[in-house]
Design a protein around this ligand. Structure first.
Ligand SMILES: O=C(O)COP(=O)(O)O
Ligand SMILES: [Mg+2]
Length: 232
């Protein structure tokens, strides 16, 4: 992060691919939906690069694997309803937490930062998932992909958090796994740190325009601590 910049007072943390590996949940829910539509199951290697742009795009992309455009639109509503039903039934069953997540969140809180989770996952999936994994207490607030009129890569959810926390974006860092998170952060004027173990739409992580790659959320917290000790 830029030396001479102001201290970081809040962090906005992504969910899928950053705190939790949810691809095994997506696999169950998407294949449940596909079975209802008479489509063959798909594997995690196909699903992983599709995660991160929200449910609407995911369902269209998954249907487009087999169906021509007109058919995708004709089946979309049925597919979305089936997908939501399956996802809610298995939510969190196979998702696992990445290394360093709880340590990182604890440390960020101990540094006095306010924390928000901003995900493109629908809020009806994200809220129970955070609760089930014991992550809810770390966060002051959470916005899902359908909480506001626009989702990442639009800066709106990040700017909303800055306004909720009454902080300028220059004092807020976004931490995520994808170019989607980085684009939103850059457009909002927030710092951005990237974890290398997530999905990034199937692209190499070094292509992301970010202020640094951190191995874990705990490493991110240590970097922020060092940055703040140079500014206070
Ligand atoms: O697109 C999704 O469902 C989730 O994406 P995110 O948590 O990485 O923002
Ligand atoms: Mg993500």
């Amino acid at each position: 992060m830029r030396s001479g910049a102001a201290a970081i007072r809040a962090a906005i943390i992504d969910l899928d691919g950053t705190m939790l590996d949810t691809v095994p949940d997506f696999e169950l829910a998407l294949n449940g939906m596909r079975a209802e539509l008479g489509l063959a199951p798909i594997g995690q290697e196909t699903i992983t690069p599709m995660v991160g742009k929200g449910s609407e795009k995911l369902i269209r992309d998954v249907l487009s694997l087999d169906l021509p455009q007109a058919q995708v639109e004709a089946q979309y509503e049925t597919a979305m309803a089936a997908y939501q039903r399956h996802y809610l039934a298995i939510n969190g069953q196979r998702a696992t937490m990445y290394e360093g997540v709880t340590e990182g969140l604890c440390k960020l809180r101990s540094l006095g930062l306010r924390l928000a989770c901003v995900t493109n996952k629908p809020v009806a999936f994200a809220q129970p998932l955070l609760a089930q994994k014991g992550l809810t207490p770390y966060f002051d607030l959470m916005y899902g992909g359908d909480s506001l009129p626009k989702k990442k890569p639009d800066p709106l959810p990040l700017l909303q958090v800055c306004s909720d926390f009454d902080l300028p974006p220059s004092q807020v860092v976004a931490i995520g796994d994808s170019s989607n998170d980085a684009q939103a952060a850059r457009a909002a004027g927030c710092f951005v740190l990237t974890v290398p173990y997530g999905y990034n739409h199937g692209r190499p992580v070094h292509e992301i325009n970010s202020d640094g790659i951190v191995g874990t959320l705990f490493d991110a917290a240590n970097l922020i601590e060092a940055h703040n000790s140079n500014t206070n």
